[in-house]
Design a protein around this ligand. Structure first.
Ligand SMILES: [Zn+2]
Length: 196
């Protein structure tokens, strides 16, 4: 039995949800994903209409790279894939998207209702108070707190040692070079890393 990192397990779980939607009749997708019904139906419909034919090979490539690096936290999903399936679209509310990405409820609420759209000074204060020197989070995911146990359990957030940052940057470069895309904000940006 391999010792799978939390980041790999979390990424693998997300990929299997997308894979599952690729084979699900749209009318069943809402029942299967009751917290993201409209989004799940939308993705299943795109798959059914064969408009996502290039997505599955890309995410399999990303999964293979992630498994090789075995990161403590999962990277953001390939931005091309996210764009195609509608994750960045304003059509779906933050809760639908957040639940599909397995973000904890507390973090979605903090993001959506407190309009906390980026790593901010409160996170940095928590880092300094933690006694740790650095942390990493999945890009696009904003934890309600660096001490959020749910986010840590789900492989979305972790305190790290500064010497782990090199491997995280190498993983970002490996994904970017194997999966080119044209999303302007996410070039080689799959993690949020901060250190003191
Ligand atoms: Zn939280």
């Amino acid at each position: 039995m391999y010792n799978v990192s939390k980041g790999t397990a979390s990424f693998s779980e997300l990929i299997s949800r997308i894979r599952e939607l690729s084979a699900l009749p749209p009318e069943d997708a809402g029942t299967r994903f009751p917290k993201s019904p409209r989004f799940a139906m939308h993705v299943a419909r795109l798959f059914q209409e064969d408009r996502l034919f290039d997505i599955l090979p890309r995410i399999e490539v990303q999964l293979r790279i992630v498994a090789k690096f075995s990161p403590p936290v999962r990277p953001a999903l390939d931005p091309y894939t996210s764009t195609q399936i509608g994750i960045f679209s304003k059509t779906f509310d933050d809760y639908e998207i957040g639940h599909f990405l397995e973000y904890p409820e507390c973090c979605i609420r903090s993001f959506s209702e407190r309009v906390r759209y980026s790593i901010d000074e409160d996170h940095m204060r928590e880092l300094r108070a933690s006694g740790m020197k650095a942390f990493v989070a999945t890009a696009g995911f904003i934890p309600c707190s660096l001490f959020c146990g749910e986010a840590q359990d789900r492989g979305l957030l972790s305190f790290i040692e500064p010497d782990q940052i090199v491997a995280i940057r190498a993983l970002e470069r490996a994904i970017a070079s194997e999966l080119p895309h044209f999303h302007p904000e996410y070039r080689e940006h799959y993690f949020e890393v901060r250190s003191v």
